[in-house]
Design a protein. Structure first.
Length: 62
C-alpha cells in the first residue's frame, strides 16, 4: 500500500498549471481548425452560388 500512496501524491501547483495550459492550448487549436473549416466551407458555398448564377445568367452569349 505504501508504494501506491507514493504514486497518487497530490499534484504540485506547477503541474496543475501546466495541465491547464496544455488543455487551453489544445482547445484553442481545435477552435482555430473549426474556424478554418468553416471559412473553407463558406468559400465553397459562395463559389458554388457564383458559378451557378453565372451559368443561369451568362454575361455574354456562348
Amino acid at each position: 500500500m505504501a508504494d501506491q500512496d507514493n504514486n497518487t501524491r497530490p499534484l504540485t501547483i506547477e503541474q496543475v498549471i501546466r495541465a491547464e495550459v496544455r488543455k487551453t492550448v489544445s482547445r484553442k487549436k481545435y477552435v482555430h481548425e473549426m474556424q478554418l473549416l468553416a471559412a473553407f466551407a463558406a468559400g465553397i458555398i459562395v463559389y458554388g452560388i457564383i458559378a451557378h448564377t453565372s451559368r443561369c445568367f451568362p454575361a455574354a452569349p456562348h
